[in-house]
Each structure stands twice: as C-alpha cells, then as structure tokens.
Write a protein that binds this ligand. Structure first.
Ligand code: SF4
Ligand code: MSK
Length: 671
C-alpha cells in the first residue's frame, strides 16, 4: 500500500514550526515529526498487550483468552504496565521536588551561593500549614525546618505524607477509607515496582489501587512540594509580560536555549546572563549580549517569574536548533530528546547536559551543583559565547506572540479582591450564576502523533466559546501562548459572553497560564479553594470542572491524570489509550479501561478516559460540566443572559446619541 504523503501543515499548526520543517526537508534532516510518520507505533505494545517483565517473555497477547507464559491475563498485564508508567511519572516529578528541598536546605544554611528566600510570605504560609513555628524566627530558621519536613516525606515509611492535609477534608477521609494515602513518596514508587515484578500482584483492581496511591504521592506530595519551594526561592508568580515562539531568538545575540524542568538551573542562568562580566564577555565576542530563551517546562518557570521568552514547547526543541542561531542548548532533566545531539552536530549548537542524573552521549557535560551555582551558570554561558564565532547561516522565523503568564493560585485569590479582600468568592459566584459555565484545565505535552498544538488550541478555543474558563500549564500553555490566547483582551473576541464579562471586569485573559507540569498542583489548590469558599459542593468531584491532556505523551502525564482523577476530576486524554487492548479480539481486555473510568468514578467521583475524537472530547467536557451544575442545583447555562455589561456595554453606549444613552440607562424616553 502506498504511504500517505504528509504535508508540512499536517505536522504542526504553528507557522514558525512549519518554516523550520521546510528548512529541515531542504537540508535532508529528520525530526521527531518525520520519524513519527515513518515509524508506526506498535499496535500490541501501544494497546498495553505486551509484557516484558521477565525473561520468559516478552509475551504478546493478541488472541481471545490468551495468557502470558506465566499465565498473566491481559488485564493484569495492562494494569501492571499502567502502574509502572505512573510510578515513573511520579518518580520524575517527585525527584524534582526532592532536589528543590535539598536546595532549600542549603539556602537555609548559607550553603547555596546566589540563591535567596525571595517569598517570605509564602514560606510562612506553607510552614504554618504544618505547624512549624514562624513567629519571632528568621526566614532561614523556618526554611530549615520546612526543608527537613519535606525531605522526610521521601523516606517516610509509615503514616501519611504531610502535604495531604491540604486536600478538602472530605477527600482525605475518602482516601483514608480506601487506603490510598501515600505513606512515603519513595516507598510508593518502590512498592509499585515490587508489585509489578513477575509473580507479584495479579489482581488488576488491587494494582490500580496502588497506582492511585503512587500518583497521590506525586500530586499532593513531590510536585506540590516542588511548586512550594520554587515559589519560596524564586518568587510566587504574578502576571508579567512575555513572548513565545522561535521569533524570540535573536540574530545579533548569543542565543542560549534552556530546556528541561528544574528552575534551580534556569533561574541561575537568568541571573548569570545579566551579570556585567558575562555581558562584557559577549560584547568581546561581537554579540550584543546573551539572549536566554526556554523550551518545555523550564521555559514556563522563567517565563512566569521573569518574563524570559519561551522559544517553544516540547516539539520545538529540535526546531530551535534548526534555526542555526542557537549557540547552546542547556538541558537538565525530563523531555530531552536524544536526537538533539545528532542534530546539533549538523549545526554549531553545543548541547550541554547539567544534571548528575542525565548525560547524553556526544553532549558536553558541565555538572550543575546548587552549592556553586552562579559560577557554573557563568561557565555555561561563557562556553555558549565562545561558540558564537562558529555560527553559520541562520533562519529565525519572524513569528512570536506576546502573553501574560503568572496566574498562581495566590495571584488569582488576590486579583479577585485585592490585598484586603482577596477571595475566590467572585469566581464561585460567576460559576454559580452561569456567567462561567465551568472550568477546564488543559495541560500536557505535544505529541508528533498528532498535529502539533492543533488539538490543544482547538479544544481551548471551542471551550472558551462555551463560557468555560480555561487554565493551562506545561506545553499546552505554550501552545495557547503561541496562538495569542494568553494576552488580556487580545483573546476576548473568541470567548462566550458570560466569560467575557468576567475577564473584562477582573482584567484577565480568558486562558490563565498557571505554570509548568509540576504546577498542576496549583490547579488542585485552586479546586480546593473553590470548595472551601462554598456554594459549589464540599469536595472537588462536585465542582463543574474537567482536566484535559489532548496531546499527552509522557509518563508524567499519566501520573498527573491519575492524581487528578483520585482528587475527583474527570480527566480526558487525547490520542491513543495505553490500555485499549483489542476488544474485538480479546474479550476481557476492556476491564482495565472500564475500571479506570467507571470503577474509579464509583470510588473517587473522577474518571480517566482516552478519547481520540476531538469533538467528542469537547462534548463530553461540556456534558460533564452541565451534569455537575445540575447536581449542584445551579441554573442551566444560558449565554443569552450575558454579554451586555462590562466593556461590551460601554462600547455600545459610546456609539449612542446622548438621548438614546439616557433611555438605555435610565429608561427615559428620547422624546
Ligand atoms: Fe510473560 Fe509473565 Fe514474564 Fe510477563 S511476567 S513476560 S506475561 S512470563
Ligand atoms: S515539559 S512533560 S512535554 S508538558 Fe513538562 Fe511539556 Fe509534557 Fe514535558
């Protein structure tokens, strides 16, 4: 059968990406986009029907009633594969949190040159949640205790991890009843690996119960702690002007792209790039200075705090090197493609690995150490500057958009009432009245198996038209940024009338950028605060809200999806299900699929579904929101009731004669 020809426009919805893909084609260079189209996914492994847990396999279960050499059934194999993926995702996020906790400890003990406690208010707020004494103590004393507490969550063997107390009380009780509160973060990840070893846990429901516990160790544990400490050390995000897309790279500057996840590295590179010594060094090399730009979640970390531009999301990592204008791509952990090194060899770009956990053959390794961070950051930037002279022909797409990121839950609380009356009340009221129909969190990665950014932005736009307030994190947020949806009023002509009124009144964009992928915990906090504010039920599963990851690809996404489900949310993933099985061939293969949807819904009120059809994804989101509204006794969504106040009304009045205006405002006849 002839292979279907793929056009560049089918690879990405982003014009900057399209330009770079044309360049790649001209230069005969492959990218993740072309590799994905050349390599079909394995339909056995992809459906979760392959087990390689021991040397008797791999076993591929493709026939009705088939079992592995050890007798494992397809539902056991699928559940095991899913548990392992969730454990890997939880491990990645939580290990990030662990490194942040060690950095906090070092800062508290004057052993981390260049780092400071920037947000003392957040430090005091978080510490007081755990009954750490704050009055009469210095920030470093408090930080030392908090760091000790957080570090202890990893090795704790019994009891409950401390941050779980931040969930609604009813939810905590439910988790206790089902025995899924994590005892210690490392313990749950280790147990996930143990249980899925050959000859261990072979009851799918029991295995999936542990998947929930492991994911909670991520969402209400490692990730939440990572977010807390990032805010304490680098500042809690508040709105700031930024830019996104490859057009942020500069022809006359040394371009350093920082890619990965941990802000300890990227924040220090920001500081070093502004150091007079480094700027002088760049000038001496003939450049105007050092231009720092981010990729993936590290981009979000520095974008939402300092407004450092984002060169793009996950699938932009290769494309940025293809511009020929990147002197160094500095990476730490997670979502870094090995292909970068081979690609960089074709240009002058230096790929610099920095984490003791991540080396890539062929890359330059300059190990980062938080105890000596500023000096190492300067060394990295100088290596990039030295490489400026090797730059050849460049092609930087002149495509970029402005955006306003930085909507932490603290800022949302503040923006809804100011310093003295900060509150979630206006948001709850807007949902209760129907001005806002519900909330959607659209998060997660890019995946070259679907057109880059298209699913993200299509779902976002369609939900905005339906008065659904959208919050975003990770690569999804950068997708919306590239489309101009994160810029105040610029996106308001695309939203429903009720949501528009709210955005105009509060002065916010219709899509709120809430951070990186560990910052999905901010969304958990927002949902908890909505519950605590009152009027929308007494637990997260009652809030008219849905989580979506239309272009997911990483194991971390599966961990995030699962902790959101366990927290009570309906979560929809786009693309292929890793536990789909082949229902036409294997009769029991739908068990796991059913369990993570109907089974989890029965227990937790949230469910996980994989829906490849985008319109169905949107419809199910709206149906769920409306179902939750009805269950709360809220009025049906009636958009025609809104849209005649706020800026729209002011503009309408402005165009009227004085007499008509009086009639409209006071009911006085023009005659
Ligand atoms: Fe096959 Fe069982 Fe070994 Fe898996 S654990 S590879 S199903 S024999
Ligand atoms: S970086 S996990 S591709 S969101 Fe967090 Fe983006 Fe997904 Fe990596």
């Amino acid at each position: 059968m002839a292979k279907k020809e793929i056009r560049i426009e089918d690879y990405s919805a982003d014009p900057a990406a399209q330009q770079m893909l044309i360049r790649a084609e001209e230069l005969g260079i492959g990218t993740a986009f072309t590799r994905a189209s050349e390599m079909s996914p394995c339909n056995i492994g992809g459906a979760g029907m392959c087990c390689k847990q021991c040397g008797m396999g791999p076993c591929r279960l493709t026939k009705e009633g088939a079992v592995g050499v050890c007798g494992a059934t397809i539902d056991t194999i699928q559940a095991r594969n899913l548990v392992r993926a969730i454990a890997a995702g939880a491990a990645a996020h939580s290990d990030h949190g662990r490194d942040m906790a060690f950095t906090l400890k070092a800062v508290a003990n004057d052993d981390a040159d260049g780092y400071y406690i920037r947000d003392v208010a957040k430090l005091r707020m978080v510490a007081s949640k755990f009954n750490i004494a704050i009055e009469g103590r210095s920030p470093k004393e408090i930080a030392n205790d908090l760091a000790d507490l957080y570090i202890a969550q990893y090795g704790q063997q019994r009891g409950e991890i401390a941050p779980i107390i931040r969930a609604p009380e009813k939810r905590q009780k439910l988790w206790r009843e089902h025995g899924v509160i994590p005892r210690g973060i490392d313990r749950e990840v280790v147990e996930a690996l143990h249980r899925t070893h050959i000859g261990d846990d072979q009851d799918p429901a029991h295995l999936l119960n542990h998947a929930v516990r492991t994911s909670l160790a991520d969402g209400w544990g490692g990730s939440m702690m990572a977010t807390d400490i990032s805010d304490i050390l680098f500042g809690t995000p508040a709105p700031v002007l930024g830019q996104a897309n490859l057009g942020v790279l500069k022809d006359d500057m040394v371009n350093v792209v920082v890619h990965g996840h941990e802000p300890t590295l990227s924040q220090m590179l920001v500081a070093a790039s502004q150091d007079p010594e480094v700027i002088e060094y760049a000038h001496a090399a003939g450049a105007k200075g050092v231009n720092l730009a981010g990729i993936c979640c590290t981009a979000n970390e520095i974008l939402m705090r300092q407004g450092i531009p984002a060169a793009g999301n996950f699938l932009h990592q290769e494309l940025s090197i293809l511009t020929g204008a990147v002197e160094a791509m500095v990476v730490d952990v997670q979502c870094i493609m090995q292909a970068l090194v081979m690609l960089a060899e074709k240009f002058h770009t230096k790929v610099i690995t920095t984490s003791p956990k991540v080396k890539i053959k062929g890359a330059t390794h300059i190990e980062f150490d938080e105890h000596n961070a500023l000096a190492i950051a300067k060394q990295i930037l100088k290596a990039a500057i030295d490489n400026y002279a090797n730059r050849g022909k460049t092609q930087i797409p002149q495509v970029k958009e402005s955006l306003v990121p930085g909507f932490s839950h603290e800022y949302i609380n503040y923006m809804l009432g100011g310093a003295y009356r900060g509150s979630f009340r206006p948001l709850n009221d807007a949902i209760m009245s129907g001005r806002i129909r519900g909330v959607a969190a659209i998060v997660g990665c890019n995946n070259p198996r679907s057109k880059q950014d298209w699913l993200h932005t299509y779902v976002t736009r369609e939900l905005l038209k339906q008065d659904v307030l959208v919050v975003e994190t990770g690569c999804g947020a950068i997708a919306s940024a590239k489309l101009g949806l994160l810029l105040g009023e610029a996106g308001l002509d695309q939203v429903g009338p009720g949501l528009r009124e709210v955005c105009e009144t509060v002065g916010i964009p219709p899509v709120l950028h809430m951070g990186s992928c560990v910052d999905n915990t901010r969304i958990l906090t927002v949902l908890t605060q909505i519950v605590e504010e009152g009027g929308l039920g007494d637990d997260i599963d009652q809030v008219p809200a849905v989580g979506l990851a239309p272009e997911w690809m990483s194991e971390k996404a599966l961990a995030i999806g699962t902790y959101c489900v366990a927290s009570g949310a309906y979560v929809i993933f786009g693309g292929a299900s890793p536990v789909s099985g082949m229902p036409d061939k294997v009769s029991d293969s739908a068990d796991v699929l059913r369990y993570i949807s109907e089974g989890w819904e029965e227990i937790y009120g949230g469910k996980l579904e994989f829906i490849p059809d985008v319109d169905e994804m949107i419809q199910r989101t709206l149906d769920h929101i409306d179902k939750k509204r009805a269950a709360l006794g809220l009025p049906e969504w009636q958009p025609e009731r809104y849209g005649r106040s706020g800026d729209a009304r002011m503009l309408e009045l402005e165009s009227m004669s004085l007499a008509d205006k009086r009639a409209a405002l006071y009911g006085v006849s023009p005659n």
